[in-house]
Design a protein around this ligand. Structure first.
Ligand SMILES: Cc1ncc(COP(=O)(O)O)c(C=O)c1O
Length: 425
C-alpha cells in the first residue's frame, strides 16, 4: 500500500487505524528517548580499564612529568596516535583538551577576533561573515555561528555530500568565509563525502582569500561494519591544489572512550599553526596531559583503537539494525518516509512529507518518546519544509529502541495521513 495512491476514503480508514494504535501507545506510560547521540553504558564500560589500570602513571615516553605544566601542542605520542588515525602528519596536529566542539568554537572565535592566515582583517571587522551549512547538519555547529553573529546559508546534502555546484557558486561571494563539514558518517545523515566532493572542496576557487573548511571528522573510525566508507584525504588534497591553509581539521575520542572526558585534536597547515599557537598559548599553559597519557596508553595505536571500535560497533549495530528493520516493516511501502542506512556514526536521518516533522515530534512526545526537536538539523532551528528528523539509536536499550521506533512509525503514519487528507480537502 502506498499512501499517495489511496483515495480520500481509504486514507481516512488508515488515519483512523493509526489513531487507534496511537491511543494504545499513549496508555502504555512509555518514557523513551531517541534524541541522545551518546554511547550507552555498555560502550562506556569498554574504556574503564583506562581509569582503573593506570591510576599512578604520570611519565610520558620522553620522561615528561605529565602532572606538571608544559607542552602546549600536546604529548608527542598522542599526536602520533591521531596521526595514525587521520593520516595527517603529527607535526600538523595539536592534541588538546576534552572536546572538539570547544576547539571549533575557539577556531571560529579566534578568526573573528584575529583573522586567519590570509585575512585582510579580523572576520569580526567585516560587514558580514557568512558560512555555508550543509543540511541536514549538526545543530551545535549552527549554534556557534548564531552565537558569533555569522550568517548561515543552507546547502542541501545529497548522497555524496554537499551539493557542490551550489557550494562553488556561493563561494564567489567574498563574505563567505567558511563551510561546516562532517565528512564521514555525517551527523545526521550518516553519509560519507565522495572523493569528487572532497576534491572539489579542496580545489575550488573562493572569492574570500581566507576561506576555511571546518572539517569535523567526529566519526573518523566509527564504523558499524568491518568495511569502512572510504574518505579522501582533505589535508593532502588541499595541499596538492595549492590551498594548504584552507582546512581546519577536528576530531576527538569522545565516542572512542568517554564523551566529555576524551582527548580532542585539531590539525592545520604549518602557517596556520604558526598563527594559532601564540594565541592558544595566551589562552592556556597547556592541556590535560595526564588524560592524554591515559588515552595513549589505553588506545596504544591505530590498530588497537580499531579493535576497541569493533567493540563499540558490536554494542550499537543491533540497535541500528532493529530501528532500520522496524522502519522498513512499518513504513517501507507507504511512500511517506525515507531514511538513511548508515555504515557508521551515531544517527539516522528521517525525511517525511513536508509539514509533518513537528507534528510527528509532538505526537511522539505525547506518547512518551522524546525525539530531537524538529528543525534542529537546520540553521536557526528552521527547517522551512518541516520534513526532517534526526534519530539517535545508540543510547537507549535495544528493547527501548524497538518500542520507541514502533511509536515513531505510528506517529509518522498518523501525521502523514492527516497531512495528505488536509492537502486534498
Ligand atoms: C559531528 C559532531 N561533532 C562534534 C561532536 C562533539 O564532539 P566533542 O565531544 O569532541 O566535542 C559531536 C557529538 O555529537 C558530533 O556529532
Amino acid at each position: 500500500m502506498n499512501y499517495l495512491s489511496l483515495t480520500p476514503e481509504e486514507l481516512k480508514i488508515e488515519k483512523e487505524k493509526a489513531e487507534r494504535e496511537y491511543r494504545t501507545h499513549c496508555t502504555r506510560g512509555l518514557s523513551l528517548d531517541l534524541s541522545r547521540g551518546k554511547p550507552a553504558a555498555d560502550q562506556l564500560a569498554l574504556s574503564m580499564p583506562m581509569l582503573t589500570e593506570q591510576a599512578d602513571e604520570f611519565r610520558a615516553e620522553a620522561g615528561t612529568d605529565c602532572r606538571n605544566y608544559g607542552i602546549l601542542e600536546g604529548l608527542p605520542e598522542m599526536r602520533r596516535l591521531f596521526s595514525e588515525i587521520t593520516g595527517i602528519p603529527a607535526a600538523n596536529i595539536l592534541a588538546c583538551g576534552n572536546a572538539s566542539l570547544n576547539l571549533m568554537y575557539d577556531s571560529v572565535a579566534r578568526a573573528m577576533l584575529y583573522g586567519v592566515v590570509g585575512s585582510p582583517r579580523p572576520w569580526g571587522r567585516e560587514e558580514t561573515v557568512k558560512f555555508l551549512c550543509p543540511v541536514p547538519g549538526y545543530d551545535r555547529h549552527f549554534r556557534i555561528c548564531e552565537s558569533l553573529g555569522i550568517d548561515m546559508i543552507s546547502v542541501e546534502m545529497n548522497e555524496n555530500g554537499p551539493d557542490m555546484d551550489t557550494v562553488e557558486e556561493l563561494v564567489k561571494d567574498p563574505a563567505v568565509k567558511g563551510i561546516w563539514c562532517v565528512p564521514k558518517y555525517s551527523n545526521p545523515s550518516g553519509i560519507t563525502y565522495s572523493d569528487d566532493v572532497v576534491t572539489r572542496l579542496a580545489a575550488m576557487e573562493t572569492a574570500a582569500p581566507d576561506f576555511r573548511i571546518f572539517w569535523d571528522n567526529a566519526y573518523v573510525i566509527h564504523d558499524l561494519y568491518n568495511e569502512t566508507d572510504p574518505l579522501a584525504d582533505i589535508f593532502a588534497l588541499c595541499k596538492q591544489h595549492g590551498h594548504e591553509d584552507r582546512v581546519f581539521y577536528f576530531t576527538s575520542t569522545s565516542k572512542v572512550t568517554f564523551p566529555g572526558a576524551g582527548v580532542a585534536m585539531m590539525a592545520a597547515s604549518d602557517a596556520n599553526l604558526k598563527q594559532i599557537l601564540p594565541i592558544l598559548g595566551t589562552q592556556t599553559i597547556g592541556f590535560d596531559k595526564l588524560n592524554q597519557l591515559r588515552h595513549v596508553r589505553f588506545l596504544k595505536n591505530a590498530e588497537n583503537t580499531a579493535a576497541i571500535m569493533r567493540g563499540h560497533a558490536a554494542c550499537i549495530r543491533p540497535k541500528f539494525e532493529a530501528m532500520l528493520d522496524i522502519l522498513e516493516k512499518e513504513l517501507g511501502e507507504l511512500g511517506i518516509a525515507k531514511w538513511t542506512k548508515p555504515n557508521g556514526g551515531y544517527f539516522i536521518s528521517l525525511d517525511l512529507p513536508n509539514g509533518c516533522a513537528k507534528r510527528v515530534y509532538e505526537l511522539a512526545k505525547a506518547a512518551g518518546v522524546t525525539l530531537t526537536p524538529a528543525g534542529a538539523t537546520y540553521p536557526y532551528g528552521r527547517d522551512v519544509r518541516d520534513h526532517n528528523l534526526r534519530l539517535a539509536p545508540t543510547f537507549a536499550k535495544l528493547n527501548e529502541i524497538q518500542d520507541a521506533t514502533a511509536v515513531l512509525c505510528c506517529a509518522v503514519r498518523l501525521a502523514a495521513a492527516e497531512k495528505l487528507l488536509s492537502d486534498r480537502a
